[in-house]
Design a binder for this molecule. Structure first.
Ligand code: HEM
Length: 251
């Protein structure tokens, strides 16, 4: 059993878990950019021998320009779809890691003696930094449309929310190292890192209202965040009970 806890607490356990989404994104990108996936939909329609006779291509000559004009719309539509897919996927990966890392502390408070949870808690920094990395990818993919898109769209509340959440994650990431912890001082550092809790409602709003908001996206987002909301509520209740107990116990 000791070996299992040691493995769960080791880099060998966590690194594949945080790198796997990157491999997935690389596959989405590679398959999305394959020429055959960019071909015109009607290519897939089965031709009958009669069709072949009627539309014998050798009878027509199509100029390069005509061919480009005929396929341009479809190609750019696919690129736009790929762009949207990658934005959504990187955003969802970042949110999953965000929920995961914020579930680790309440789990530790609720199950203080559980060695498996203690081993998982060793990865808080790695998972937090991975979350920031995927949030950076998400923002970079969005910014491929140009910085002006961001400036123009800042009036949209969900974009402003995304940017605020990103700023919070940036502060967390920059100060998530021993040097910063020492410089800021343990207590202050802990207080500073509490700003991450502001990111919870902001990200719930950002995810639910991103793109086309609907009852389904709101429900889906709340389900996504429900483990975090439940565990954080239980943690607050437990810590309140513990404080009450301490205050009433005879010294
Ligand atoms: C400056 C910062 C940000 C910008 C400009 C931004 C932009 C966007 C945009 C435009 C979409 C909608 C994509 C679509 O049309 O479907 C989106 C969706 C999303 N973003 Fe962000 N975002 C930012 C920060 C973040 C951060 C920090 C996270 C998470 C940690 C995040 C997570 C998500 C998620 C989960 C979605 C929804 C994906 C889905 O619909 O499946 N975003 N974001």
């Amino acid at each position: 059993m000791k070996g299992i806890y040691r493995f769960v607490g080791s880099r060998l356990f966590i690194l594949p878990l945080v790198i796997a989404p990157f491999a997935y994104l690389a596959i989405v990108l590679a398959t999305g950019l394959r020429p055959e996936t960019m071909s015109v939909e009607s290519d897939k329609v089965q031709e009958t021998p009669a069709d072949k006779e009627e539309f014998d291509l050798s009878q027509f000559t199509v100029s390069e320009k005509e061919l480009q004009e005929a396929t341009a719309g479809t190609g750019s539509e696919k690129v736009a779809n790929l762009h949207e897919r990658l934005t959504d996927d990187t955003g969802n990966i970042a949110i999953t890691l965000f929920v995961l890392v914020l579930c680790l502390t309440p789990l530790k408070v609720l199950f203080r003696r559980n060695k498996f949870i203690s081993a998982l808690n060793r990865h808080r920094r790695t998972v937090g930094l991975a979350c920031f990395f995927y949030a950076c990818l998400h923002l970079s993919i969005y910014l491929t449309n140009g910085i002006n898109t961001l400036l123009d769209e800042l009036t949209r509340l969900y974009i402003a929310a995304g940017l605020s959440a990103f700023a919070i994650l940036l502060v967390m990431a920059v100060t998530s190292n021993n040097w910063a912890q020492r410089k800021i001082g343990g207590r202050k550092w802990k207080k500073l890192h509490r700003i991450v809790y502001f990111a919870i409602p902001i990200l719930i709003y950002h995810r639910a209202w991103a793109g086309k908001v609907s009852e389904e996206t709101i429900r889906e987002t709340l389900i996504w965040f429900s483990p975090l909301i439940i565990l954080q509520t239980l943690r607050i209740v437990r810590q309140f009970q513990e404080r009450q107990k301490k205050a009433t116990s005879p010294t």
